[in-house]
Design a protein around this ligand. Structure first.
Ligand code: SAM
Ligand code: SF4
Length: 470
């Protein structure tokens, strides 16, 4: 990775370090999805290469960055409310530079609101052109100007420094933007048109991560199944996965998100070849395949370009080739015009597919999207359907988890349990959250755990000796 340089900023950070005996702090807070988390790691990496040090205490930072989300209104309101609290930080120390960026800021109306109503925010920029961030900081330091930079060009920027949160888990973006324009979704407006990174850049990054000992790599894209479409005639996501799996090392690969309209048998075949324990177990036996609705009528209004029949036939093939694959999904409840019949069809699909896990969302109106102009249904009905849906899926999830009791799972140990500091927590390749007692030296390693208890959202187990498990 290259360092990103800006003389004004490096001069400032050097002077600060001499005066205070330590580098100025940078605090980064992320709202929203994995892509935002990956972008935040780049922004932290850029700041670090300019002479800042990453801190998790905003009151000790001289540069505060909020990376925001716009997928649902709730996420925006939360980001705005937390941005409001930054006023105190600025009042306590006017030298602190405050930057707000990401999907929310990429919308003109939100940029205007923050510009006008939050005068203590110094820098506003969207989702791309991270390489210009040092110039924005320099403009504030040198000329005391505020900087407002809506995204104009969406380009791929290779070689920016990255400060990864975890030493053993890493995000690797393989593409950016989206061309699908699902009618409810703001992403194509705030992240621009779909563009893929060159395969050699991705392969080099993965190779580097594996050589550094990273154990889990998640490939990111809004629709990974259309990887390479605008770049290559005869190279697709399945080819990329296959090439990645040729890299030797003890690691697993995850990917998200797959759009059902572009999911191919070729992809499943590559997964089967590279995921089963007896072959080369690099690809996690987990598939996230957002269904969004079980009604073909609603899917059509969502502009999703598949039917429930097509979805089911893909799931059948997936389970045929990888019988113990874990399948998860996203469902939106209360999309405009959704009737009781449409909703009943969604419940039916949950029962037919029997997802291992799901992420459910109450439809949120996004200004500027086609669905915002469709006839809306009441918030009460949405909430009622949401809770019914949760009950149906929760009992399926529990039954699916109960199957693991008595089995031994290979788990990547991620850290201490958030609810019980004496327990470790990690995930198997099927993305099940597993708690167990063990030495914290295991964090960042693979361990073998015998499952003794199943709950709706997690499993509990006991550590086995590795030899006993194999
Ligand atoms: N590109 C991915 C995909 O197609 O699944 C992820 C996009 S989005 C960041 C993640 C999920 O948010 C979507 O799958 C969808 O279920 C949900 N979502 C998007 N827009 C929404 C909206 N307006 N209201 C509620 N949920 C929404
Ligand atoms: Fe949004 Fe659809 Fe693109 Fe996913 S595929 S980011 S839901 S427009």
């Amino acid at each position: 990775m290259n360092a990103v340089l800006n003389e004004t900023v490096t001069e400032y950070t050097e002077n600060y370090s001499v005066a205070h005996g330590e580098k100025p702090g940078v605090y980064v807070r992320t709202f929203g999805c994995q892509q935002n988390e990956a972008d935040s790691e780049t922004l932290a990496g850029i700041a670090e290469s300019l002479g800042y040090r990453v801190t998790d205490d905003p009151s000790k930072a001289m540069l505060v960055i909020f990376n925001t989300c716009a997928v649902r209104e709730h996420a925006e309101l939360k980001a705005l409310s937390v941005t409001g609290q930054l006023k105190h930080i600025k009042a306590a120390n006017p030298e602190v530079i405050i930057a707000v960026c990401g999907c929310m800021v990429a919308q003109e109306h939100r940029l205007r609101t923050i510009k006008e109503s939050y005068p203590y925010v110094d820098i506003l920029f969207g989702t791309s052109a991270h390489s210009r961030f040092p110039d924005y900081i320099a403009e504030v330091l040198k000329n005391k100007n505020r900087v407002f930079s809506p995204d104009e060009v969406f380009e791929i920027e290779e070689g920016l420094p990255v400060k990864r949160e975890s030493p053993f888990k890493a995000w690797v973006s393989i593409m950016y933007g989206c061309d699908n324009f699902c009618t409810y979704c703001v992403v194509p407006y705030v992240r621009g048109r779909e563009r893929s990174r060159r395969r050699e850049d991705i392969l080099n990054e993965v190779r580097q991560l594996v050589s550094e000992g990273v154990k889990e790599i998640t490939l990111l894209g809004q629709n990974v199944n259309s990887y390479g479409r605008k770049l290559y005639d005869d190279y697709d996501f399945a080819d990329l996965l296959s090439d990645i799996c040729k890299i030797n090392g003890d690691y697993i690969i995850r990917f998200m998100t797959s759009h059902p309209k572009d999911a191919t048998k070729k992809l499943v075949d590559v997964m089967a070849l590279n995921s089963l324990p007896e072959s080369r177990p690099h690809i996690a036996r987990a598939f996230h395949l957002p269904l969004q609705s079980g009604s073909d009528m609603i899917l059509n209004k969502m502009n999703r370009h598949y039917t429930t029949e097509k979805y089911l036939s893909f799931v059948t093939y997936l389970r045929e080739m990888i019988p113990d694959i874990s399948i998860s999904t996203d469902i939106i409840v209360g999309f405009p015009t959704e009737t009781e019949e449409d909703f009943a069809e969604t419940l039916e699909m949950l029962k037919k597919v029997r997802f291992d896990a799901f992420f459910s969302f109450i439809y949120s109106v996004r200004p500027g999207t086609p669905a915002a102009k469709m006839p809306q249904i009441s918030e009460d009905i949405k909430a009622e359907r949401f809770s019914k849906m949760l009950t149906v899926q929760n009992s399926i999830s529990l039954e699916k988890n109960e199957v693991y009791v008595g089995k031994t799972e290979r788990v990547l140990v991620e850290g201490l349990s958030k609810t019980d500091g004496r327990m470790l927590t990690g995930r198997n390749d099927k993305n099940r959250l597993i708690h167990f007692e063990g030495d914290r030296a295991l964090i960042g390693q693979f361990a073998y755990v015998e499952i003794i208890k199943a709950d709706t959202y997690c499993l509990t187990g006991r550590l086995c000796a590795r030899e006993a498990a194999e």
